[in-house]
Ligand binder design. Structure first.
Ligand code: AHM
Ligand code: MG
Length: 332
């Protein structure tokens, strides 16, 4: 019996996770709990986010914390929230975070999972009231439980992900995730404190008319990228670039499009990080019928060599990412 069909309207995230437990490769309930932990931390971050604009006048409206401490920056705060949720939850043995240089070894953890997370991506957008996001990947630990964390645990290829997702703090807050059995999106209802299934079995259009790239660096792009962008303009595609990866990615998922962060003079391997930015979105986009490459090679096949390594990123509608690849193969 396929429990994924005929879900009643008003399916909460919790109910959905429970019903789809069989999707999870190791249906022991731990991965389900891990996703719930992330969803809960997302609620907390969402709450802080909604108050962000008030921080400078927090004293005036009496929300300054009791010690009168200065409010922490939101990206630091988000990092604390997610790491706390993940370490307290007990399912995780190691965390890789954009905010921490080294891998966090959750000491004495019997956790079976490794999480890579960008707690608050695009955080420079907060000051101007633009959407930001959280991106996460989940891997199974390889070393035996009880032993110290090994490189092989946290430097796994994207193909080894057992789950991945993102939270988008936009005009509504959403959680979108996959466990390798399709992609589903949930919208947060703040007055009820619940996420509801709003985007069942998400698929990305095979083709699109949106290209998203920071063209300010055009002069330092490679020839194939320049030529592909010329092609986009010839086709009169729309240029749309928020500068907030999750928001740009999410729009393209729904409408069809390609997001590109290529090599530039400043960032020879692109700007985005393989482990906690690109792999998660690559897994999601493939599950939705799209593609993700470094221009030529599949992102999920890239063997990581270091925690914060960067990779050029081409992600979105299948035909568009394939077209960009054609330009790379034509011109060397
Ligand atoms: P961050 O992890 O420091 O927030 O940077 C990642 C962000 C992405 O959200 C966004 O797509 C990209 O950086 C924008 O970079 P640029 O300003 O170079 O176009
Ligand atoms: Mg980031």
């Amino acid at each position: 019996e396929d429990s994924r069909i005929a879900l009643p309207i008003g399916t909460t995230l919790d109910r959905f996770i429970k019903r789809n437990q069989d999707d999870f490769q190791y249906a022991t309930g731990e991965l389900s709990q891990l996703l719930r932990d992330i969803a809960l931390a997302g609620k907390v971050v969402n709450r802080e986010m909604n108050k962000a604009g008030l921080i400078n006048i927090a004293g005036a409206i009496g929300t300054m914390n009791v010690q009168g401490e200065e409010q922490q920056k939101l990206d630091v705060l988000a990092n604390i929230r997610f790491i706390r949720a993940l370490t307290k939850g007990g399912e995780v043995c190691a965390i890789i975070s954009e905010e921490d240089e080294k891998v966090i070894d959750v000491d004495h953890s019997k956790g079976k999972y490794v999480v890579a997370i960008d707690p608050l991506d695009g955080s420079s957008n907060i000051d101007v009231n633009v959407s930001v996001g959280t991106i996460f990947s989940v891997y199974r630990r390889i070393s035996p439980i009880g032993s110290p964390i090994q490189k092989e645990d946290y430097l796994q290829k994207g193909t080894e992900q057992v789950a991945a997702g993102y939270l988008l703090y936009g005009s509504s807050t959403m959680l979108v995730y996959t466990t390798g059995a399709g992609v589903n999106g949930f919208t947060y209802e703040p007055s009820l404190g619940e996420y509801f299934l709003s985007h069942q079995n998400m698929t990305i259009p095979k083709d699109g008319k949106i290209y998203s790239i920071n063209e300010g660096s055009l002069f330092s792009f490679s020839e194939p990228v320049k030529r592909y962008l010329e092609y986009c303009r010839e086709e009169t595609y729309s240029g749309r670039y928020i500068g907030s990866l999750v928001a740009d990615f999410h729009r393209n998922m729904l409408k069809g499009g390609i997001y590109i962060y290529p090599s530039t003079a400043k960032n020879p391997n692109g700007k985005l990080r393989l482990l906690y930015e690109c792999n998660a979105l690559a897994f999601i986009v493939e599950q939705a019928g799209g593609k993700a490459t470094d221009g030529i090679n599949r992102i999920l096949d890239v063997k990581p060599t270091s925690l914060h390594q960067r990779v050029p990123f081409f992600v979105g509608s299948k035909n568009m990412v394939e077209k960009a690849k054609v330009f790379h193969e034509m011109i060397h």
